[in-house]
Design a protein around this ligand. Structure first.
Ligand code: SAM
Length: 237
C-alpha cells in the first residue's frame, strides 16, 4: 500500500521523466503537475498506477489523459495567471485541477453527469475552488462565461466547433485533437487574432483521444461520421 510520500516521489519522478524529459518547459505547467495528486482522480484500486505514462479508465468508457498530453496541451494553449479557461471533456477533473493552479478561473463541461459529480467532489475535497463544472454538450461551449483566454478540448472531433471559436477572446488560444480513429489524429491550435481572423497551427503532435460526441462533433460513440451539414475537418480549419 502506497503512502503520501510514495505518491509525492512518484509524481516528481513522473514530471522529471515524462514531462520535462520530453521538452515541456513552461514553469507554471511543471509546478502545477508537481502539485496535483493524480491518484486522487482515479477510481479505488487504480491509485498505484497514477504516475504511469498512460491514460487510465475512469468509468463510463472514458479515460483520464496521459500526464504528458495534459501538459503539452496546456503549454500549447499558453495558459497564464488570471486567464479564464474552458475545458471541454473534463472527465475525472484532473486537467481542470492542473489548469486551476495556473489560470484565474476554469469552467469545465463533461458529457457524463456521473463523471461530473465525481470530479466536483474531488476538486472540492482538494480545495480547487476556482473551477466550475457542468454536465452537457461541450461542443456548444459555455456562452454565459465566454469569452475565454484559452479553450482546451480533451476529446477528438472531426473539426473545431464553430461555437468554441466564437467563444475565444481576441488573442485567445484553443487546443484540440482533430481527426478520426483510422486516418489519425493530431493536435491543432487556433489563435483568434481579431473578430474574424483565426490563425491555425496543424500537427502540433500526433495523439490518440476518445471521441468528442455532440452537436458539432461525432454523432455517437460508435461512429466516425460527423453530423450531416457540419464542416469537414479541412474546411473548418
Ligand atoms: N481531461 C480529462 C481528465 O483529466 O480526466 C480527460 C478527458 S477524456 C480523455 C475525454 C472526455 O470528454 C470524456 O470524459 C468524455 O465523456 C468527454 N466528452 C466527449 N464528448 C463530449 C462533449 N460533447 N461535451 C463534453 N464532454 C465530452
Amino acid at each position: 500500500m502506497l503512502d503520501i510520500a510514495d505518491f509525492t516521489r512518484a509524481r516528481r519522478h513522473m514530471v522529471a521523466n515524462q514531462i520535462e524529459g520530453r521538452g515541456i518547459r513552461d514553469p507554471a505547467v511543471l509546478t502545477a503537475m508537481r502539485a496535483v495528486p493524480r491518484e486522487a482522480f482515479l477510481r479505488k484500486g487504480l491509485e498505484e498506477f497514477a504516475y504511469r505514462d498512460s491514460p487510465l479508465p475512469i468509468g463510463e468508457g472514458q479515460t483520464i489523459s496521459q500526464p504528458f498530453v495534459v501538459a503539452l496541451m496546456i503549454e500549447a494553449a499558453q495558459v497564464k495567471p488570471g486567464d479564464s479557461v474552458l475545458e471541454v471533456g473534463a472527465g475525472s477533473g484532473y486537467a481542470a485541477a492542473i489548469l486551476s493552479r495556473i489560470a484565474g478561473k476554469v469552467h469545465g463541461i463533461e458529457r457524463h453527469p456521473a463523471l461530473v459529480e465525481q470530479a466536483q467532489r474531488r476538486l472540492a475535497g482538494l480545495g480547487y475552488d476556482n473551477v466550475r463544472l457542468r454536465a452537457g454538450d461541450g461542443t456548444r461551449g459555455w456562452p454565459e462565461a465566454a469569452p475565454f483566454d484559452a479553450i482546451i478540448v480533451s476529446a477528438r472531433g472531426p473539426s473545431v466547433p464553430q461555437a468554441l471559436k466564437d467563444q475565444l477572446a481576441i488573442g485567445g488560444r484553443l487546443v484540440m485533437p482533430v481527426g478520426d480513429e483510422n486516418a489519425g489524429q493530431s493536435l491543432v491550435k487556433i489563435t483568434r487574432r481579431s473578430a474574424t481572423d483565426f490563425a491555425t497551427q496543424d500537427d502540433l503532435a500526433a495523439v490518440r483521444f476518445v471521441p468528442l460526441i455532440g452537436e458539432e462533433a461525432w454523432v455517437r460513440p460508435d461512429t466516425e461520421r460527423p453530423r450531416p451539414g457540419r464542416p469537414t475537418p479541412s474546411a473548418a480549419r
